[in-house]
Write a protein that binds this ligand. Sequence first.
Ligand SMILES: NC(=O)c1ccc[n+]([C@@H]2O[C@H](COP(=O)([O-])OP(=O)(O)OC[C@H]3O[C@@H](n4cnc5c(N)ncnc54)[C@H](O)[C@@H]3O)[C@@H](O)[C@H]2O)c1
Length: 377
Amino acid sequence: MERAKKSHYKIAWLPGDGIGIEVLEAAKIVLDKLELNADYIHGDIGWEFWCKEGDAFPQRTIDLLNSVDAAMFGAITSKPVKAAEAELVPELKGKGLVYRSPIVRMRQLFDLYICLRPTKAYPGNPLNFKENIDIVMFRENTEDLYSGVEFNTVPKELSDVLEKLSKPFAKFKDLKENGYALSCKINTVAGSERIIRAAYNFAREFGRKKVTIVHKANVVRATDGLFLEIAKEIAKEFPEIQFDEANIDAMTMWLLKNPYNYDVLVAPNLYGDIISDLCAQMVGGLGFGCSGNIGERLAVFEPTHGSAPKYAGQYKVNPIATILAAKMMLDWLGEKEKAEKLEKATAAIIKEGKVRTYDMGGTNKTLDIAKAVAEKL
Ligand SMILES: NC(=O)c1ccc[n+]([C@@H]2O[C@H](COP(=O)([O-])OP(=O)(O)OC[C@H]3O[C@@H](n4cnc5c(N)ncnc54)[C@H](O)[C@@H]3O)[C@@H](O)[C@H]2O)c1
């Protein structure tokens, strides 16, 4: 999954909105201390650019991402369609511009099909749900209910086809065009195969014992059935790894009941999104949830939290998720030694417990944590 080490890197630096700016500043402190030989190139992304330009992910940022080795991303603010339209500058209003989450677009545009989310309970973290949790989540990142094939009002020509082809659609057929909305869950054979294979390859490479497939194939028969059947086939190529499967609803219960039963998880996009946040909460919450959006050519690393408007500008939030995302980036760049050093230093700061942000019961600021980690390095 990682690339070959290089002597110099180009990293796109995308702070985005709110606390995204603050946590990325913290990540820069530790990367500078590690003396990673890199140019960090700022990219515009987020709410400001939606309001001013009608595009939260401008073409110049897409061009930048086409030219770099990897990217670090902070967080963005997203709002529903009508609220977004209301905040456009007057000259852009009424032009039919539709807000779409830049991070979802980025994942699709650059085919960042793996959302990798490690869940590790670092010793000494007072927020750990249980000690020694060590789960790695592979979430499919480009399709499923996030494929963007959606209808706020459903055109008659579409409902006519659905009525013709789908028996269960009969109960909706008399609804008006604006009487319902439709979001399509699209799971492809190729898309399912590659995320499941990525999870199995990871399990083999790192000596993991078990891969659990998360689905709802008993109800969502077509798409989740396909995902599960493909997983069963791929599992045959990895006889040394235990195959396991669970429904998404049961999974949320089992994960809390016995997290030690789980090792590597793989899921379609929406279930992966849900389970990842649950996993993050088991090891300290959003201040600890790091992730990588990984494709064949590009990878974008980020904390899983959003822009937390209520804390924006206060330098109060925990930057550990972002520091661990920087560690993931180093791993992906092939900078194993630096990645290991960074993880050790971060783990030591967590364990010592002298420098803590509010979520961990402390009074330190965002950059205090980064400086403490940098000092340990
Ligand atoms: N990937 C992303 O950029 C992303 C992800 C989720 C939400 N969002 C967007 O962010 C905005 C705010 O969403 P939200 O408030 O639901 O979620 P959020 O993740 O921004 O914050 C929710 C709460 O979690 C806590 N929290 C978050 N990050 C923390 C940190 N690093 N340290 C300590 N506590 C932390 C805070 O109490 C915060 O109020 C929305 O516009 C949403 O659409 C963006």
